[in-house]
Design a protein around this ligand. Structure first.
Ligand SMILES: C[S@@+](CC[C@H](N)C(=O)[O-])C[C@H]1O[C@@H](n2cnc3c(N)ncnc32)[C@H](O)[C@@H]1O
Length: 390
């Protein structure tokens, strides 16, 4: 594909996302319908789409609108590329610029405040209050692509062995300071899923802060652990590598745990999947991990459309769900056990405020540890609170 044809494809995908589609699915649909697109084309279109979504506010201002075409015009303008040479209308290139577009592109645009930071306007005060002096740097960081991190499965080998195995297949990595198990991929990341170390379960794809969060959980061999919001199981598998435990996983949407048994087998461990009633009946557990549904604000680099889809109503609903999950599962914790509350959000209302509300309603509980991670440390934004009975 020519560079101009890649722009047309990205515009098309962005329009599908604007109509309510999910970016990953829209890209997959486009790739299936575009057999002529090689892996380089798919990667380039993906980059264009994700950058435009991360920077939708500023690109819309620069490009003169929120359509896929305007966002791509904004991206070219930000990069200092003259669109006229690409927007020729020839073959699969975008149609030539209209008079209105030409006029907009000629007008100076000063990017300021929430537009320059690509921050949703309504959420800026809350984010500012949550992050303080880190607000602008964090929002800036969320405008860029996230690093790719691997978790070394220490049940299979150490970090040096994983690095050596990956290097033998041309995949460059370096240790990431956030967690002892974390490697940052610095070259040839597209080869990971075919690499021997990945197929053998020596490494898994997992954000470094997510690994650091799991490293902070109180884990002892032989204990019973319930991952109550297990999703794909990233955290429960990271827990499995730390010590031999009896592991149980539940999710309100069991379909999300579909790949968990196969992933567990690849990692050399076993996780029992439980329905809601089973999760209640099989307790108590020494550790109950609640990786609750949240705004995902700490992970907006990876799922940037979520940044613009979040609404005040949805944020309120999420807080209700978060408190409900805490209230429901506190009785699942064994005496002396721990209830671990986690989000991938940097919004205080989903983090410390939920814990404060929980402790106010349940004075027999206390918070023994809390930690917030932001993208300024390299990984995604996360929050962890450890709760124990007094
Ligand atoms: C942040 S994701 C979990 C990610 C996962 N722990 C990981 O590390 O890959 C939150 C999960 O909570 C699930 N969920 C939503 N509401 C729930 C509820 N009331 N009870 C249990 N799980 C819920 C969602 O289906 C989603 O899979």
């Amino acid at each position: 594909m020519t560079p101009a044809a890649r722009l047309s494809a990205a515009m098309d995908v962005l329009d599908r996302v604007a109509a309510g589609g999910n970016a990953e699915q829209a890209l997959t649909q486009w790739a299936r319908a575009s057999r002529f697109a090689g892996s380089g084309d798919r990667a380039a279109v993906r980059d264009l789409v994700f950058t435009a979504l991360r920077r939708r506010h500023s690109h819309a201002a620069l490009g003169g609108g929120e359509s896929g075409r305007a966002l791509i015009l904004g991206a070219l303008r930000e990069a200092g590329t003259d669109p006229a040479a690409l927007f020729t209308g020839e073959a699969h290139a975008p149609a030539p610029l209209s008079a209105q577009e030409t006029a907009h592109l000629a007008r100076p645009v000063a990017l300021e405040g929430t537009v320059a930071l690509d921050c949703p306007d309504w959420l800026a005060p809350q984010l500012q209050a949550s992050l303080g002096a880190d607000f602008a740097p964090v929002m800036q960081a969320l405008r860029d692509r996230a690093p790719v991190y691997l978790r070394v499965n220490t049940a299979r080998g150490d970090r040096a062995a994983a690095q050596a195995s990956l290097a033998a297949e041309g995949i460059a990595t370096r240790p990431a300071p956030l967690a002892e198990t974390a490697l940052e991929v610095t070259g040839n990341e597209r080869r990971i899923r075919n690499a021997q170390a990945y197929r053998d379960g020596l490494v898994e794809l997992q954000d470094a802060a997510s690994q650091a969060l799991v490293a902070a959980l109180p884990v002892r061999p032989g204990q019973r652990v319930l991952d109550y919001c297990a999703g794909g199981g990233g955290k429960v598998l990271a827990l499995a590598a730390r010590a031999r435990q009896q592991l149980f996983a539940h999710d309100a949407d069991p379909g999300r745990m579909r790949d968990l048994p196969a992933r567990a087998a690849r990692a050399g461990t076993e996780v029992q999947l439980l329905t809601g009633p089973e999760a209640a009946a099989r307790g108590p557990y020494d550790l109950v991990l609640l990786d609750v549904p949240c705004s995902g604000s700490g992970a907006w680099r990876r799922a940037p459309e979520a940044k613009w889809r979040l609404t005040p109503e949805r944020l309120r609903d999420l807080q209700e769900i978060q408190s409900e999950v805490l209230d429901k599962t506190m009785s699942y914790v064994a005496p002396g056990g721990c209830l671990a509350y986690a989000t991938c959000s940097v919004i205080e209302a989903e983090n410390g405020a939920r814990i404060k509300a929980f402790l106010a309603a349940h004075p027999d509980w206390r918070c023994s540890f809390q930690r917030r991670f932001t993208p300024l440390e390299g990984g995604d934004g996360f929050y962890l609170a450890l709760l124990t009975r007094r």
